[in-house]
Design a protein around this ligand. Structure first.
Ligand code: ATP
Ligand code: MG
Length: 418
């Protein structure tokens, strides 16, 4: 049998519900904030990514799927979306008609990394990008939009890390300070960091190696090196977030893995065990449009790791959400008829009610109720029919109550709306 490629995955019908829900919630929130959808090719010329993401980044150095097509042109399966959105903004001269654009796109990305939970070779991102707005208010608004999405999806166990990476005016000073700081302690760094100390010293700050983590503890702090404009911008973002009660933590070690970021940079991290911690990341990239041959227009955006977000939501659902409202276990012909009438009536009024249709024993009906993860179970037998009342059992709290048969439908409906 021919198997799928390592690090790639099928999203099966039983799992698609969360993907569809996230997508529709994201679209509706983004559109409320003035964003329009854009759909882009998944393959671009390799140089687009080399030039934008940066030659000395993990993505370009070791993760891209690049190959020569039949005519020998080097093309790459996109490892991220921002470069393509910028290319499209420039190529379609969107700036000429209206430089201020808010765009979002959802789709697959490709990176040849070591596959593990939360890390795939084809994964999905939800991207949002804003062009043409310099004001720090838009930085705050983007974070408000992102936070709102996470709240709506009930993904609450997250922390937003925030930093500023300065601009081409002030970042070189910080770079130099970093190199000067690390040079005397170079031997304490990992091989990768020793190699990148001259090409991309900022990456040392977010290296995951324990020795590097220790070595950076007392390293210079970027926010001490910001020029006046960058500092004013950053503190204005911070003040706006505070005034809107948007939670965040300052994280002066946050640098992120792509070269094009300037000023505001952020990452949303989760503490869910076993998951890769970053579930979304983004920031300003004020130089990129110009760098790729477009006009001098500022920009800011973010990418949500769709797969990781879905995994967090799915883990939460397994713990708490029942999949049906009530299971009616019925014994004997009369009870079965009664149960059938009840489940139909409940189904028609929007309540997920199930029963067993094949005369199984009480034990195996209870097993079925467990499998369906029923919130309530009612047992209907000869005795119940004679007494005119049934036991309604809450499977989570184990509370039981006796309800009159004549009142059964109403009691279940009341529970559902309570
Ligand atoms: P990481 O540090 O986990 O490698 P990253 O900094 O490379 O993340 P970004 O380029 O910022 O990631 O991409 C934005 C988001 O896309 C990440 O926060 C993450 O949720 C998701 N993501 C990145 N790489 C993968 C992958 N290989 N598989 C699944 N999701 C990914
Ligand atoms: Mg990565």
């Amino acid at each position: 049998m021919i198997q799928k490629i390592k690090g790639f995955k099928d999203i099966l019908p039983e799992d698609i519900g969360i993907w569809q829900k996230v997508e529709s919630v994201a679209k509706s929130i983004f559109e409320n904030f003035g964003f329009s959808e854009i759909r882009l090719p998944v393959i671009e010329r390799s140089e687009l990514f080399k030039k934008s993401i940066g030659e000395n980044t993990d993505i370009v150095e070791k993760e891209m799927y690049t190959f020569a097509d039949r005519k020998g042109e080097l093309i790459t399966l996109r490892p991220e979306a921002t470069a393509s959105v910028v290319r499209s903004y420039i190529q379609n001269k969107m700036y000429a008609k209206e430089p201020e654009r808010k765009l979002y796109t959802i789709g697959p990305m490709f990176r040849r990394e070591r596959p593990q939970k939360g890390r795939y070779r084809q994964f999905y991102q939800i991207n949002a990008e804003v062009f043409g707005i310099k004001s720090p208010l838009i930085d705050a608004q983007i974070l408000l939009m992102l936070t709102t999405l996470f709240e709506k999806l009930e993904v609450l166990d997250t922390v937003t890390h925030l930093n500023s990476l300065g601009c081409p005016k002030c970042r070189p000073d910080f770079r130099k300070a970093l190199i000067d700081f690390f040079k005397p302690v170079l031997s304490e760094l990992c091989k990768d960091c020793i190699r990148r100390i001259n090409t991309n010293p900022l990456r040392v700050l977010d290296c995951k190696c324990p020795s590097c983590k220790k070595a950076v503890e007392n390293a210079p702090i970027i926010t001490d090196y910001l020029c006046d404009e960058c500092e004013t911008h950053f503190f204005s973002v911070v003040d706006t977030l505070k005034s809107q009660n948007i939670p965040f933590e300052l994280d002066t070690k946050l640098v992120r893995g792509l070269d094009y970021y300037t000023r505001t940079t952020f990452e949303i991290q989760t503490s869910l065990p076993g998951a890769q911690s970053a579930v979304a990341g983004g920031g300003r990239y004020d130089e990129l449009v110009k760098m790729l041959g477009g006009p001098d227009q500022p920009a800011i955006g973010f990418a949500i790791g769709f797969d990781r977000l879905v995994e967090i939501i799915a883990a939460g659902q397994k713990q708490q959400e029942p999949s049906i409202d009530i299971f009616i276990a019925a014994l004997g012909e009369k009870s079965n008829k009664m149960a059938y009438k009840w489940i139909c009536e409940l189904n028609l009024s929007g309540i997920k009610a199930e029963m067993d249709f094949s005369d199984k024993s009480l034990k195996s009906q209870m097993r079925k109720a467990g499998k369906l993860n029923a919130m309530y179970v009612a047992i209907m037998g000869e005795n119940e029919l004679n007494n005119g009342s049934v036991v309604l059992r809450n499977m989570k709290t184990k509370n039981q109550e006796l309800v009159l048969i004549d009142n059964f439908i109403k009691s279940v409906k009341d529970k559902k709306t309570a």
